[in-house]
Design a protein around this ligand. Structure first.
Ligand code: 13P
Length: 287
């Protein structure tokens, strides 16, 4: 059931668990994530980066695929279709395409411009029933061409953006997209704590979910994180399972080259990763 992310995140914050955002790249990704959410009776957010949207030939293609797949698979758990790290123009394109949620990443603007653009997009999104995520303090690393320096967010700036009425707030707390480098010092819980104290009930978003140790994830949830984004980890599981299939020569046995067979181990691997994360985030049974 396609919905905005607002209610599921309010419930998650109150219930002290987090909803996973899993990024999608194609049909296999989407189907694997939807089926796992349904099986585990968990709410879920499908994240679409601008690069992935382009790859899938446009946001309207993505919205049509997700909407029809949701219906044809009989998905009853809440599913939000969310733009990940959206530009100002990208937000409008996703609104028009029928997404149910957007992220405006204004973290590379100065705070006044971030506030101005976020204010405008909050009004438009809410008028149309979409939820909206904003960002303060960039997430480190690179995701689909979006590069962040990884500075920690200023809690006062977080409060300014939270007060605009956004539904969820991404704040840099030492998190990084992609694999964490050797010697990464870990999440800045002092910064997260200060942000939560300033922003109160606002659901906070932890980007860069790949590779964050389970104890840090659990602690972040106790400090107000209600949405956790995972992208690279599904890609790694998919690639690993596909490599094993090919290296074992399975594509050369019978009709093992049939894409429905060739992509099956990778799809199952995505399902296993999503399940593991939903269990860790505590969203199982919370639909
Ligand atoms: P990872 O690729 O590190 O899991 O990060 C995903 C993310 O934050 C999407 O916005």
């Amino acid at each position: 059931m396609l919905v905005s992310a607002k209610d599921m995140l309010v419930k998650a914050k109150e219930g002290h668990y987090a909803v996973g955002q899993f990024n999608i790249n194609n049909l296999e990704w989407t189907k694997s994530i939807l089926l796992t959410a349904q099986e585990l009776n968990s709410p879920v957010i499908l994240g679409v980066s601008e690069g992935a949207g382009k790859y899938m030939t446009g946001f309207s293609t993505v919205a049509a695929m997700v909407r029809e797949m949701d219906k044809n698979l009989g998905i009853t758990v809440p599913v939000a279709l969310h733009l990940d790290h959206g530009t100002y123009d990208g937000c409008y394109k996703c609104i028009e395409a029928g997404f149910t949620s957007i992220m405006f990443d204004g973290s590379h603007y100065d705070i006044d411009e971030n506030v101005a653009k976020t204010t405008e997009l909050v009004n438009v999104a809410h008028h149309l029933g979409l939820s909206i995520e904003a960002e303060v303090g960039s997430i480190g690393g690179e995701e689909d061409g979006v590069v962040g320096m990884g500075e920690c967010a200023d809690p006062d700036e977080c409060k300014r953006i939270a007060d605009l009425g956004v539904d969820m707030l991404a704040a840099g707390i030492g998190n990084i997209h992609g694999k964490y480098p050797e010697g990464w010092p870990g999440l800045r819980f002092d910064v997260l704590d200060a942000i939560q104290q300033k922003t109160g009930v606002m659901p906070l978003v932890l980007h860069g979910g790949t590779g964050i140790p389970a104890d840090m994830i659990k602690k972040a949830i106790t400090l107000g994180v209600s949405k956790i984004n995972v992208n690279t980890e599904c890609q790694l599981s998919f690639a690993d399972a596909t490599r094993k299939y090919v290296e074992a020569g399975k594509d050369l046995e019978g009709k093992g080259f049939d894409p429905r067979k060739l992509l099956a181990p990778g799809s199952d691997a995505i399902k296993a990763t999503v399940k593991e994360k939903m269990e860790l985030f505590g969203s199982v049974g919370k639909a």
